[in-house]
Design a binder for this molecule. Sequence first.
Ligand code: SF4
Length: 691
Amino acid sequence: MPEVPEVPTHCPYCALQCGTRLAPRDGGAAGVRPSPDFPVNQGGLCQKGWTAPTVLTTPDRLTTPLVRDAAGTLVPTGWDTALDLVAERLRALRDAYGPDAVGVFGGGGLTNEKAYLLGKFARVALGTSQIDYNGRFCMSSAATAGNAAFGVDRGLPFPVTDLGDADVILLAGANPADTMPPLMRHLGRAALVVIDPRRTATAERAALHLQPAPGTDLALALGLLHLAVVEGLVDTAYVAARTAGFDAARQRAMAWWPERVERVTGVPVAELREAVALLAGAGRAYVLTGRGAEQHSKGTDTAAAFVNLALALGLPGRPGSGYGCLTGQGNGQGGREHGQKADQLPGYRMITDPAAREHVAGVWGVPADSLPGPGRGAYELLDALGTPDGPKALLVFGSNPAVSAPRAGHVSERLAALDLLVVADFVPSETARTADVVLPVTQWAEEEGTMTNLEGRVLRRRRALPPPTGVRTDLEVLQGLAVRLGQPADRFPSAPRTVFEELRRASRGGRADYAGISYDRLDAGEALHWPCPAEEHPGTPRLFLDRFAHPDGRARFAAVEHRDAAESPGGRFPLYATTGRSPAHYQSGAQTRRVPELTAAAPEAYVEIHPDTARRAGLDEGALARISSARGSTLARVRLVGTLRTDTVFLPFHFPAEGRANLLTSDALDPRSGMPEFKVCAVRVEPCGTP
Ligand code: SF4
């Protein structure tokens, strides 16, 4: 038997985008092993990566379009029938209510090509402003803070491998030991300072773990800056030469003396002092934020406060040091650059910028004044569905908001209020099961394209297997719909390479410039980080070494102030609830809940709770608990965790139905980023069955 050649590609899950090699096997299956030569994972994979091929042959794989019949049942149909029906109903709604009657909801796991064509489809074929994506729920606060501080937002403005030389790394609300295990091989040399209300697997490895009350990271960051100032640790030469706005930020921080910070956060003054001393005393140091610091109604200001700290210590742009955000979703970086965000056009351009509109409209071959303006952010879009002023139809690509959106019970009601819900997916996700039309699409190992990982490094996703008979690519679906809506087919190409060539032109001169990146260069093995403005340009692994991206070259401090979370424990809801991830699952769990090894590790919804808190609530290990907030209640199996704060419970958000953690979460939004407050709400916990 001749040996089947392996296909180099990348894991379908998180933003680390670990390199893998796939070997096709009989029956549409594939074997996977880590690429030994990809510098990010260096031969490592987590349990999700090792088992990723299982989803390719999951027994409930969608392989034929489904349309809901008069009896309310989803029944199989042909592609032409399904696409004709969708186009006809979209046209009718648009004619009756105007173009904004149709909404589009994308995903941070879509390839760059899909994200790009989805944004173009919304603005050109539908003419709607109502497009956003689930990345709004992921890293939008850090992106907003990063753009304001540095003039550009790239999660890590340096390669992951640089972290391997660090002396100290401060991780604020990030738990890579559970969520991105291969990243830990780059953190092994550094002393870690971890800020997290939970004693996570990452905190276990830390030199210092600060355990603040949920929702108080901003006060903590202000307190760290305060100490840096009063103890003379600010890099005054760097601040003078490379930044602007320090005095205003310093003044805010001066009100956060250590004892006040201890009172608000619960973190002892001695630990605050130790954290600042460790960070400031390091030759090479990084400040990294994750969702724990960012998923708040003050998430942008919290990320900005950690940027302030890094700037005061002279870290960003200094070789071997810096600030970064650990982007979460697989294409969380690329997904926010190519135009599926409500306020953006390709190249990370703002849709309100007349020059950006002219440029992109020119590439698209349409008048600039035909492009709609900014639409609603993700939660506002979902909240408006089926209302008199909101969209009457929604097209969902690569997302499962019935599980992953905040206040999920309400979001499910809004989805049910639509005249038309269309979901393109490869498995019957919880959102797909409620749709009027389901369109079966290819998944990672069956398609070509590019992804951009958390370092801004553009990667080739390669087709290793033929897709099952009956499925189409998302690009083919968009082309099919666009043509039925009166667009020329060549305006919506379905070949990924052709779409990428257009994306390059559209991004030229933008903040995320891909003009010099090509499939040929990537296939030749070049490591290309954007910006890469020309074919002969080597790409930019490290940003900010000489200047920041603002016109004057200086980074900006932000004068931020702490404020309370939208709700605090008390009365009927005496505990904090905070949500996050289980090591075994990814996002809404639509993929990983179909992998037996992963469901064996985490089969059902669970709640972590301190033994003393559990005892007071009448709960034992393994009991079924009802957790309730002002928005609803969820059921979860009790796990006693002695290192958790006694005032806090933790729930992973991957589980469906009555186990949805997001039945509890708040729809309080960050006013600048639109990020919901996933990380803090007030709950009570009681044995299941309590009325
Ligand atoms: Fe996949 Fe992320 Fe795990 Fe790497 S760390 S194998 S990219 S899920």
